[in-house]
Design a protein around this ligand. Sequence first.
Ligand SMILES: Cc1cc2nc3c(=O)[nH]c(=O)nc-3n(C[C@H](O)[C@H](O)[C@H](O)COP(=O)(O)OP(=O)(O)OC[C@H]3O[C@@H](n4cnc5c(N)ncnc54)[C@H](O)[C@@H]3O)c2cc1C
Length: 406
Amino acid sequence: MKDALLSEYDFVVIGAGPAGLLAALNIGLANAKSSGGRNGGKPYSVALLDKRDPWREPVSCAEAVSAKGLEALVPKIEPAWIREPIDGVIFISPNGTRVTFRHPGSGLLIDRALMHKNLAEEARRLGAHCNFRTRAVAVSRFENGKRLVKYEGESSGEIRARVVIDASGPGLGFGQGEKITQGNFDVEPALFALVRGLEYPTNYIQMFFGKRYAPGGYAWLFPRDKDVANVGLVIGKKFSKEAPARKTMTDFMNKVYPGVTVETVHGGVIPCGYTHDPLAVDNLFKAGDAANMVNPISRAGILEAMMGGKLAAEAALAVIELSAESEKQPYYKAFKEKWDAAYGNANLRIHRAKAPFSEIKDETFDKAAGSLARIPAEKVTMSRIFLSTLWSTPSLIWKMRSMISR
Ligand SMILES: Cc1cc2nc3c(=O)[nH]c(=O)nc-3n(C[C@H](O)[C@H](O)[C@H](O)COP(=O)(O)OP(=O)(O)OC[C@H]3O[C@@H](n4cnc5c(N)ncnc54)[C@H](O)[C@@H]3O)c2cc1C
């Protein structure tokens, strides 16, 4: 998509991943709803930039989301987005003991590339100018009611924006040196391979816990369909020197799937920490990985990013007509409070429990899995899995109390 760019927009959204797409979409939806309301009778103008086509395969992701969570965020889940429904999780301990947690209909493995494409089309239908293969290279400080966004790519130039939403993913993004969060906290390496020829139940995701597989993180097999699986791992930042991702991935494949044919291997990073830094300052808003919105232990970030993008759009719409920063503060605060209520508070509790969780010994996982494996599958609940692991090492109960108490 290559809409011609104007020199001035009300909103510039940088990045058309889940966060940026939901931000652009929600501004479009607000335009459609207010039909000639707050912007002197005109819809707000929106530019959505991405340095690549956001549907380029493979998207660096295992593509699992909660079905209910996705349903609440998008206008409609297109059937074509669903690769497979997920009916549960199989946890595998270091000695290979498998514990099945059944939860029919709980999740979806999605075709993110197609979802990105359809959401971009919808944002465009609602008025956004989509300009992909265009990289934002700088965002100026806020002066005279505007920020300047410099971009490069097949064309280059500068946009004057009344509001900027940075949804550019993990790492140091825009607004460096300003009082705003960045997506560079507790960044962990992740690798995944597309693998053909394995046998697995297509409606279960498999998670391998323990240092034997992926120190400080976990390894996974997420089906893409009945022929191709996404096999990967994420390593805790603290362990990434002693367990370099490539080598750990090779060791994992050799241990668990010896002799399989790996089609392609891809990398990515996941910002898995929690920070209290502001999500907005001077008409610059952050959403998704660019704001460290990922669940620190499951490393899920798709719905978190979508929610972040939606809330950023709502807050941005609320401040765009205000001039004094002091008048905008309550809306920045409300953005943070809504984010915390949706995911942030849970992420903070999980973040506090992450260090003790990553210290759990392989024998503890084996012991817990051994006792859970004796329970009939229909009686295995998520809290039973969690508590059984804790009971195997009582000292962890105190350390991980933030996850048990609200
Ligand atoms: C291997 C791996 C597996 C994962 N598996 C899961 C999973 O199963 N479930 C889950 O919920 N989460 C998963 N995650 C996390 C999830 O992918 C991210 O949290 C999510 O994609 C964040 O969305 P986002 O929109 O914030 O960022 P991104 O998806 O990273 O999107 C950012 C976009 O911004 C663009 N961009 C970057 N810089 C610029 C620039 N300067 N100018 C213009 N455009 C720019 C990028 O091209 C990109 O399209 C996984 C992550 C990895 C690495």
